[in-house]
Write a new protein. Structure first.
Length: 69
């Protein structure tokens, strides 16, 4: 079976950042996510995480180009 969704904990491991950082990225809309169930557990679709990562590469390349050493 193919996994479609990740927990915020999974995302934090993939990005190598604190879970609180991922929660903040989700809450401010930088990483799209959905809430599941009565307890409102957050889930991030793998394709959305991949898009977020790709976007960060583009932003970083622009930053480097505009801020040479």
């Amino acid at each position: 079976m193919h996994t479609r969704f990740l927990t915020l904990s999974d995302v934090s491991e993939i990005l190598n950042v604190a879970p609180a950082q991922v929660y903040s990225l989700v809450r401010n809309g930088e990483i799209p996510a959905i809430k599941i169930g009565a307890r409102g557990q957050w889930r991030v679709e793998i394709s959305e995480l991949e898009r977020y990562i790709s976007d960060r590469y583009v932003e970083t390349a622009k930053f480097v180009a505009n801020n040479p050493r």
